[in-house]
Write a protein that binds this ligand. Sequence first.
Ligand SMILES: Nc1ncnc2c1ncn2[C@@H]1O[C@H](COP(=O)(O)OP(=O)(O)O)[C@@H](O)[C@H]1O
Ligand SMILES: [Mg+2]
Length: 579
Amino acid sequence: MTGWGLLLRLAREHLPSQALWMALGVACMLGVAGATAAIAWLMEPAFNQVFVGGNRDTLVWLGLAFPVVFVTKGLANYGQRTFMNRVGLEIVARYRRALYDHLLGMDIAFLGTQRTADLVTRFTVDLTMLKNTITSATMALGRDIATLLGLVGTLVALDPTLAALALALFPVAGVPIFLMGRAARNAVRGMQSESGRLDGVVIQALGGLRVVRLFGGQAFEEARVGATLDLIHRHMMRTERLAASLSMGLEILSGVVFAGVVVYGGLRVSEGSLLPGTFFAFVTSVFLLYQPMKRLGKINVVTQEGISALERTYAILDARPTLQDPPNAPDLRVTGGEIVFDRVRLTYPGEDHPALEDLSVRLAPGQTAALVGPSGAGKSSALALLARFRDPDQGQIRLDGQDIKTVSLRSLWASLAVVTQDVVLFDDTVLANIAYGRPGAPREAVIEAAEAAGAHTFISALPQGYDTVIGEEGATLSGGQRQRLMLARAFLKDAPILILDEATSALDPESERGVRQAFDRVRTGRTCLVIAHRLATVRNADVIHVLDQGRIIASGRHDTLLTSCPLYARLCASGTLEA
Ligand SMILES: Nc1ncnc2c1ncn2[C@@H]1O[C@H](COP(=O)(O)OP(=O)(O)O)[C@@H](O)[C@H]1O
Ligand SMILES: [Mg+2]
């Protein structure tokens, strides 16, 4: 979409709701314009009647008129600033909210391809720029164009010939203004994307500071940030230089105009065809023209910043999630919890070989199935498909006979409790973190889930127990403790289907045994899928499926598989399935 298209879209989507404030803003701008022109007008009687004519009566009303004009101008200026900033802030707040809601609904796979910091930059840098554009561009357009018209009108009314001379040169200024706008847009784009990169590098370096230190990466990180900072500096300097050279150009132009007016006007005054007061009012108008001209010249640069920000904002807002509820999707109805993978194939984008191929497997209602296989066999990919974080290229996954593509995503996710190795803890209390899937759960239920996950003891030892705020990513907890909070969260969710993907790998054998006993209690009455490295965990399962290169190659109990499946025997012997 072109820059104009984007601005029109902004206007269409947001201006109607701001009509009142815009109208008030415009009224104030007209006030500013009128007052400015009035200043020039008042110069004429001031000179002609008071200084030249010696008329004291005029002096009295002039003495009253000037303060009135300046107070009006001041108030109108105040009004238009406040109103237009209000409009800008409100529109930007709406964009921020829309962007956040939209991102929360986007495909996991899409977000995986984006740099998180770059997304954050859109909220901060880009939208701040947009606010700036909305307020300064509308103010420039409204106030400065009105002022310009008022002053030009004054010039023409004062003396048409002199006005024609003064105004002939100004259109020349349009050419550099236009050219600079284009150059500015490129500079701004570069600055925005580099800012995203900078945020990313800083977040990574600070988050991984231990690794940076231990692997001697400090100098490398410094150089990396330095290079990005240099680029940002260069882009910003370019924009500033463009703006500065524009000011300079306009200044020179004004100088030329001014010289012309003074010489020609002076001649006319000396030959008596122009009154000194008219001349003085004329010169004042030309002076007053300069400020709004300068601001209008910059408007192109400011607008380009906003357009670039809009471009990046709409790029996200227009990206539709591919995984969406089909129209009028019914909710999933879980009766027994039967899960069927029916000849499922998954190929990741850009990969030649499928990660899962012709995968068919059935998990009977209430059954606990274990999925084992070498690293990279496709175990986690199968889970991603069941949770519809992705869709398979072929085949179908059914839950109690319903194709999971046909039911609402919300109901599908509500029926799954999943624990993976990823620890996601929010900067909140232990209680809130465990109850994340069941906000407002009774305290006793939270404690019960924590006990089942073997987390109650260490939580009780925290300074404020369950009300301790654990900070981002649970920085003050050990790996095993964090993992147990994830288990407690899943247990409390009490979903009919429970999936553990290497969820106990971070635990020491003793805590793992505790969790296993808890798991034996929670697994009754629900279908469970366990992806585990520990033989002890796997051995208790009703059935073990062996996955290799995206296919199930064998299924059965431990003892049978030991003799019938060489890969399984190898996994046990090599310690991949530890005792
Ligand atoms: N997001 C992804 N993009 C591309 N390839 C992936 C992605 N995730 C996993 N893979 C590939 O798919 C295969 C199966 O991975 P995964 O399901 O994680 O295996 P497992 O959990 O059994 O170790 C591997 O070859 C892995 O490299
Ligand atoms: Mg995995």
